[in-house]
Design a protein around this ligand. Structure first.
Ligand code: SAM
Length: 452
């Protein structure tokens, strides 16, 4: 960096000695950023490149807060918020996030798509998939597929299928140095070389999934040119059907064409300045690199859809009885109802072929099919908006109500009202289910999510 940046390196090194910058991104599927900000006691400062994100002072408090449990926001360092904004998915798009865990970019993409179309969140490392699932469930995303596959396994079924493809690549993590002592300890020049080799292969696999006229975004949270400009330069050399396009977000720095391996011979010298960088000494954040590429028009393959078997009539009946005449009915409108292992799901119509792809979640998990009764899932509670919740049997608990913390700890709470299932809300935002009998409300929060 000293060699590459010259005098500017001093500013970078000084910034790396400071504390990291934390960010909070509001879940626009659940509420407007302004509404959140006005009603929140957090110290929030807007971020130039996104309308839903803020720099937050003292993020620890936000990590353990009822509104976090209600999925009203995701804690994400500010520069990472550029990635989904740059890809700019539109409602109805088919989007795939290829290295998705723990779900920072996937939750952002889902919000930008207004949870329409299809978001595939893929994560090869199974151990990281539970956090991804938990985060997308809390976010309330319904039009999702969560898969766990090597990228090389995806091209066969899904070649040329997606409007937008994101490869947020595994990298040497130089932008993690302020947040994680481990990231610093694990860094070496060999790590950078190994990561670059892996990224070279992964971006080639990612490109296969892009539709003609579709977009591919490549990002890392590292500064090394070997993992950034040089990956894109080499990719463009072998993929003339792709070209870089400008990233029109406020406040970003340009990529560095002169850092490409072939400089000054690179044929892509001019266009590499259309990549973007964020630096801890220039932007408020930990640092990122993004390249946005467009695939030229080409042959469009006919999409093969997966043929799911409909749930049995008796199972659908249980759901219909549970949801009849209420806001819940809407969650299965225009969806296919499918059951696996005594669990009922509402799937978006027309999902891609899944035969060879390990799928951990498809659509919205509605609940369990018990003998002669339906039990709602936690995901179902979190998929409901505040206004939908207010039209169902609910219990609103204010932030200063001691029952709120008791509920989040998994305790039984007391409240008068009709017996049966009720949605427990933080203020008006659904947190999970309880089941009332007499004065007592039995706690239905999943054990793994309870506060200790
Ligand atoms: N996009 C995520 C987010 O915003 O929360 C962060 C992704 S992280 C930078 C990179 C991910 O790549 C990790 O989850 C890691 O498990 C995954 N990964 C590691 N090796 C991989 C490989 N060979 N192919 C695909 N993904 C890989």
């Amino acid at each position: 960096m000293q060699t590459l940046l010259g005098d500017e390196a001093t500013a970078l090194f000084a910034a790396l000695a400071n504390d990291s910058v934390a960010g909070l991104r509001v879940n626009t599927l659940k509420l407007a950023p302004d509404t959140f900000r006005q009603g929140s006691s957090f110290d929030l400062t807007p971020i130039p490149w996104t309308t839903s994100g803020f720099v937050i002072d003292k993020a620890e408090r936000a990590g353990k807060h009822p509104f976090h449990e209600a999925g009203l926001y995701y804690l994400q360092e500010p520069s990472a918020m550029t990635v989904a904004e740059a890809l700019a998915p539109k409602p109805g798009d088919w989007v795939i996030d290829l290295a998705a865990a723990p779900g920072g970019k996937s939750t952002h993409l889902s919000a930008l798509m207004n949870d329409t179309g299809l978001l595939v969140s893929n994560e090869v490392n199974r151990k990281r998939c539970s956090a991804l699932l938990e985060n997308l469930e809390r976010w309330g995303s319904k039009n999702v597929l969560i898969t766990s596959a090597e990228l090389s396994q995806l091209a066969h079924p899904w070649e040329g299928l997606f409007d937008k493809v994101l490869l947020d690549a595994p990298c040497s993590g130089e932008g993690m140095f302020r947040k994680s002592a481990d990231a610093l300890a694990m860094w070496s020049e060999t790590t950078v070389e190994q990561c670059a080799l892996r990224q070279t292969k992964l971006i080639i696999e990612a490109a296969k999934l892009v539709k003609p006229e579709g977009y591919l975004s490549y990002s890392t949270c590292t500064f090394s040119p070997e993992e950034n400009e040089q990956i894109i330069d080499a990719f463009l050399e072998t993929h003339p059907e792709f070209s870089l396009i400008p990233i029109v977000l406020k406040g970003l720095s340009q990529g560095q064409p002169s850092w490409s391996a072939n400089h000054p011979e690179s044929r892509h010298h001019e266009s590499l300045s259309q990549t973007a960088r964020l630096w801890p000494h220039k932007q408020k954040g930990e640092g990122h690199f993004i390249a946005l590429l467009k695939r030229q028009v080409g042959f469009e393959k006919k999409t093969k859809y997966h043929a799911f078997k409909d749930a049995e009539a008796k199972d659908i009946k249980l759901w219909r009885e549970f949801s009849a005449g209420s806001e819940l009915e809407r969650l299965s409108q225009d969806k296919q109802l499918v059951s696996f292992d005594k669990r009922l799901f509402a799937l978006p119509q027309n999902l891609p072929q899944l035969d060879k792809v390990q799928t951990l979640r498809a659509g919205l998990f509605l609940g369990w099919l018990e003998k002669n009764r339906f039990e709602p899932s936690h995901a179902l509670a979190l998929a409901l908006s505040s206004s939908q919740a207010q039209n169902l049997n609910h219990l609103n608990l204010g932030l200063d109500d001691p029952r709120l913390e008791a509920y989040l700890q998994g305790q039984m709470i007391e409240a008068q009202g009709e017996p049966g299932w009720l949605l427990i809300c933080a203020e008006t935002y659904p947190l999970g289910w309880g089941k009332r009998s007499g004065l007592s409300v039995k706690n239905n929060l999943p054990k793994g999510l309870r506060w200790r």
